[in-house]
Design a protein around this ligand. Structure first.
Ligand SMILES: NC(=O)c1ccc[n+]([C@@H]2O[C@H](COP(=O)([O-])OP(=O)(O)OC[C@H]3O[C@@H](n4cnc5c(N)ncnc54)[C@H](O)[C@@H]3O)[C@@H](O)[C@H]2O)c1
Ligand SMILES: [Zn+2]
Length: 378
């Protein structure tokens, strides 16, 4: 827990992501946006700033606080579709449009792309930054809780294909991440809750103290929100430092709840649940499997249910989502190994997870059916 000494910034937390030449800082605090220009100048990374944001974030006015335009000669806004489920914006078509705009405007390697928005914008803009001229500077300004604690850190960028999510992408670390908690004030409650699913995930896999705190429920105005975000970012940073390219298994721990969660998203056509909501269900199912296969206690599994409920997350699967469609989707999961079996992240106890476990399809089907049941006597 470090309080940065940077003179011009309001009090904030700083998490350093140590990746050798690709190292960077994540700044977490309130009122940081208006200081971004100074931060970019001090890092000397931006001749021209190219801002990619979604229309919704732009219209909310957070953008005006950035005061970035005077730094450079060119900025523009990518108008992504508004509405909560804007996954379709993470497409090759919009990627192509952006990258051609960069070429037409002769953007160079000394310019920086700044992503202002949620994970959709961050992944898309990051992939543009990763590939244009074989990679240019990139800065993340996450404005959703999910993007602050998860997608803005770690360097995974990419877009979706009609055949599946995130099938095209690259690792490209940002030069700086600025998480201004003030931007969360305009975030819809449902989106905040979806971000809380990832926060709960961090506590569940790595930090029982964090889990115990968030299990009571977290609100956007809570005094310790910066502390909570810092803890999540630190966990992600340490995992990424140990396994930047997801080759050693440790980064796979971050997929807790994501195997069934992704399948639920796919089976429901990405229309019924926000990502975090699907992960909430996925974590409940993974906890059920963990009780049978990894020795998780009934009490810990129940605490997870209660924490999800306290944060307005779903724990019972919508009747309209077909179980067989979920099981079919599991067959296409990106994490399916060469032998065709899914590798699972399971919980041994609250705060401790393991990856790489194989589970029989029969048991997986039971875990999906378990999501039809309500947690008892709540
Ligand atoms: N790269 C990674 O490591 C990684 C990790 C996790 C998730 N992701 C990706 O992140 C994406 C999901 O990100 P998300 O949950 O941030 O969703 P999102 O980017 O779709 O944002 C959610 C909604 O909130 C709006 N919004 C954003 N900031 C706002 C604000 N401050 N006030 C009001 N509205 C605001 C957006 O316009 C959008 O409608 C998925 O595409 C997922 O694949 C990537
Ligand atoms: Zn996730």
């Amino acid at each position: 827990m470090t309080e940065s000494a940077a003179p011009k910034l309001p009090p904030h937390r700083k998490v350093h992501v140590d990746l050798g030449p690709r190292s960077y800082d994540v700044l977490i605090g309130r009122g940081l946006l208006k200081h971004l220009k100074g931060q970019l100048a001090s890092l000397l990374i931006s001749h021209t700033s190219i801002i990619i944001a979604d229309q919704q974030v732009y219209e909310l006015g957070w953008f005006e606080q950035l005061s970035v335009p005077p730094v450079g000669k060119m900025t523009w806004i990518c108008a992504l579709p508004t509405g909560s489920l804007n996954e379709e914006a993470k497409s090759l078509e919009i990627y192509t449009k952006l990258i051609r705009d960069l070429a037409k405007n002769r953007a160079s390697r000394s310019d920086a792309i700044i992503a202002v928005g949620g994970g959709v914008v961050g992944d898309l803009a990051g992939f543009v930054a990763a590939t244009y001229l074989r990679g240019i500077n990139f800065v993340q300004v996450p404005t959703t809780l999910l993007a602050m604690v998860d997608s803005s850190v770690g360097g995974k960028t990419g877009v979706n294909l009609p055949e599946g999510k995130n099938l095209v992408g690259a690792f490209h670390q940002p030069k700086l991440v600025v998480a201004d908690l003030d931007t969360l004030k305009t975030l819809p409650v449902k989106e905040f809750a979806a971000g809380m699913a990832e926060v709960i995930k961090y506590g569940t896999i790595k930090d029982k103290g964090l889990f115990d705190r968030v299990a009571k429920g977290v609100k956007v105005g809570d005094d310790d929100l910066a502390d909570i975000v810092e803890k999540c970012v630190t966990i992600k940073a340490r995992i990424v430092e140990n396994d930047e390219f997801e080759t050693k298994g440790e980064r796979a721990l971050l997929n807790f709840g994501h195997t069934i969660g992704h399948a639920i998203e796919k089976a429901s056509g990405y229309k019924t649940y926000l990502h975090g909501e699907a992960i909430s269900l996925g974590m409940r199912a993974a906890a059920w499997l963990s009780r049978r296969e990894a020795g998780l206690s009934q009490e810990d599994a129940r605490d997870l249910d209660l924490a999800l409920l306290a944060n307005q997350l779903p724990v019972v699967l919508d009747r309209e989502v077909d179980s067989q469609a979920i099981l079919d989707a599991l067959g296409n999961d990106k994490k399916v190994a060469a032998d065709g079996a899914n590798r699972w992240v399971l919980l041994k106890k609250m705060g401790e997870a393991e990856s790489g476990r194989m589970i029989s399809p029969h048991l997986v089907a039971q875990a999906v059916e378990y999501l039809r049941t309500h947690p008892d006597d709540l």
